[in-house]
Design a protein around this ligand. Structure first.
Ligand code: FDA
Length: 305
């Protein structure tokens, strides 16, 4: 039953018509619950409040699978303005971006042009930009882009997904760049020939990747709400004498808020991924697929103006 629900929301997450309707119909849907606002200005008080509690953030201007050059350019411009505001408002925040929102599916030169504009600004203000990892057909292109940008920019980072068989190899290749890497389980529906179908295999692979990253001497973000993974990381770091400033935990805005604060109290760095914008649909559906318990508060959000 759980698998049926997951597949249903994963299927919905890719529906372009529903995505368009969602943008027109419900900009405030779920705002304040798992999405911080429809624009960056309205998200600033939320980010500031998180910062005051000792939580760093990474902001994500929602949007993906863009198929118009004009929209891709607008999205890049929004990211640039957001980076400037993070600096002006003295927020403790990184930025996260998706390559498909900046033109990856349209034209290779377009995504390079847009990312270069973003990274020029980010480098100037010393703000880290993490390239989110999307579905497996875009993985190689994303890694190639990351390597290309990392040659020129210190401020760029990316994500590796534990559900993909290929990730150990990618980790080894990327380790020579000494990147700041975010490790996640992986959020997309993937076929069994590219990704572990069983959660227990994903979890075991995730642990192996954490251990290898520590051995490569990388600064990593363990982005998971899973107590088992968090506990494993704490114990491993203690065993290997990895200091707390060599890794951080990350969670999504609105998820396990108490646990986020407890980790800060215990002396760990915690960064909250804060999404904002009108294009909330795909993000929201993937969260529902992961944890149908989110449905209850999602529907409360629907009635909220
Ligand atoms: P998982 O969903 O496997 O849950 C394990 C257990 O954790 C549950 O059984 C429950 O006990 C507990 N739990 C989980 N959620 C909970 C909640 N809300 N409340 C209470 N308990 C809960 N993916 C991707 O493909 N590309 C990317 O770039 C990113 N980026 C990213 C950034 C950040 C900061 C995070 C946290 C996640 C991502 N992801 C991602 C998503 C990621 O791949 C994954 O889909 C989700 O984090 C869900 O997996 P978890 O490891 O959190 O636990």
């Amino acid at each position: 039953m759980e698998a049926v629900t997951k597949n249903f929301f994963m299927f919905l997450s890719k529906n372009k018509l529903l995505n368009t309707l969602a943008q027109k119909r419900g900009g405030n849907f779920a705002a304040g619950k798992i999405i911080s606002g429809t624009d960056f200005a309205s998200s600033i008080p939320i980010i500031r409040a998180l910062n005051h509690q000792g939580l760093a953030t990474t902001v994500d201007y929602l949007g993906e699978f863009v198929d118009s050059e004009e929209v891709a350019n607008e999205r890049a411009e929004e990211c640039i303005q957001t980076i400037k505001m993070i600096h002006q408002e003295k927020l403790d925040s990184h930025m996260s971006v998706k390559m498909t929102s900046l033109g990856l599916d349209i034209d290779h030169e377009l995504v390079i042009h847009n990312m270069t504009r973003i990274l020029d600004t980010a480098e100037e203000y010393g703000i880290i930009v993490t390239i989110d990892m999307e579905d497996s057909p875009r993985c190689q292109a994303t890694i190639d882009l990351f390597k290309q940008f990392k040659e020129k920019y210190n401020c760029v980072s990316t994500v590796l997904q534990a559900y993909l068989y290929r990730t150990e190899q990618d980790l080894q290749t990327l380790s020579s760049y000494q990147p700041f890497l975010r490790l996640v389980k992986g959020a997309y529906k993937e076929p069994a020939d590219v990704a572990y179908p069983d959660k227990k295999d994903v979890d075991a692979h995730y642990k192996k990747l954490i251990e290898q990253s520590f051995q490569y001497g990388l600064y990593i973000a363990i982005a998971s709400h899973d107590d088992n993974i968090i506990q494993f990381t704490k114990e491993l770091a203690a065993k290997l004498k990895i200091p707390n400033d060599q890794f951080e935990f990350q969670m999504l805005y609105g998820m396990r808020s108490k646990t986020q604060l407890e980790l800060v109290k215990q002396g760990y760095k915690m960064r909250v991924y804060v999404p904002y914008g009108r294009d909330w649909y795909g993000y929201f559906m993937r969260r529902l697929a992961e944890r149908p318990a989110n449905i209850a508060f999602a529907f409360k959000g629907l009635t909220k103006k």
